[in-house]
Design a binder for this molecule. Structure first.
Ligand SMILES: Nc1ncnc2c1ncn2[C@@H]1O[C@H](COP(=O)(O)OP(=O)(O)OP(=O)(O)O)[C@@H](O)[C@H]1O
Ligand SMILES: [Mg+2]
Length: 231
């Protein structure tokens, strides 16, 4: 079962948010088909686990919390035997746990905000992925995902960075995660953007746009997994 690893050496790049948005969307799509999603939280800060421990976690999401370098490989294996998708949220460092998780990934997603410093960190993370390829003897697919983009405009910096990634032959998601209050709110209230209706309408979170964004993101993840399998 595919393993999707969220990694970036940059703290606050948007790993946990993107991981939970994808977890919720895959769970929503799989709930009537008995498709389970495993969520592995291997960040000592346990932000994904904190979300999962709030009310509203989809029933078909199974949390594997407090995962460390000691047990990450076994946990991924166990999660693969139990779930259709395995999502791994990592700490913003290059550690043994990070290199280990990458070594088992079908796709490493590198969240990156559209700034020069973040792009530099994304390149560093890709070097760590390449190191993990050497250690594991596997070719590991990876893609950069722009996060926290403005809904209103595509900035010049974002365009220039997309161009730089393309010239460096680094795959970039066509979609990006837009900066939306709804993506913040799920960490306060639990559940997915669909559960926010009541509370967040009052706070102005655009549920439908966030839900559309999550669907686009999940669709592109599935496309990339399929393309990598076909290759
Ligand atoms: N698409 C988004 N829309 C709105 N806020 C976002 C979005 N993505 C991330 N954020 C906010 O940015 C901050 C950092 O995001 P997040 O925790 O997902 O990053 P991270 O890479 O997991 O960080 P860490 O390295 O500390 O684990 C959080 O406050 C989060 O709410
Ligand atoms: Mg995080």
């Amino acid at each position: 079962m595919p393993v999707l690893v969220f990694a970036s050496s940059k703290g606050g790049a948007g790993k946990t948010t993107a991981a939970i948005v994808l977890t919720c969307e895959l769970a929503r799509q799989g709930k009537d088909k008995a498709i389970d999603i495993a969520l592995i939280d291997a960040d000592p800060n346990q932000h994904s686990a904190a979300w999962a421990n709030k009310p509203g976690k989809p029933k078909n999401v199974k949390l594997f919390g407090n995962v460390t370098s000691e047990n990450i490989l076994e946990t991924i294996e166990e999660a693969q035997s139990q779930a259709a998708f395995v999502i791994v949220d990592l700490e913003g460092v290059a550690s043994t746990a990070v290199i280990g998780a990458m070594s088992r990934a079908d796709l490493v997603i590198v969240p990156c905000q559209a700034s020069q410093n973040d792009a530099r960190e994304a390149i560093k993370t890709i070097k760590t992925i390449k190191y993990s390829c050497k250690v594991s003897g596997r070719n590991i697919a990876y893609s950069v995902l722009f996060t926290r983009l403005s809904a209103a405009i595509i900035t010049k910096t974002a365009k220039a960075l997309a161009n730089d990634f393309s010239e460096a032959d680094i795959d970039l998601f066509k979609c990006s995660l837009i900066d939306r209050e709804a993506f913040k709110s799920i960490f306060s209230y639990g559940g997915s953007v669909y559960d926010l209706e009541e509370t967040s309408k009052r706070e102005g979170a655009s549920i439908e746009k966030a839900a559309d964004n999550a669907r686009l993101f999940a669709a592109e993840v599935k496309q990339k997994l399929k393309a990598n399998l076909d290759r």
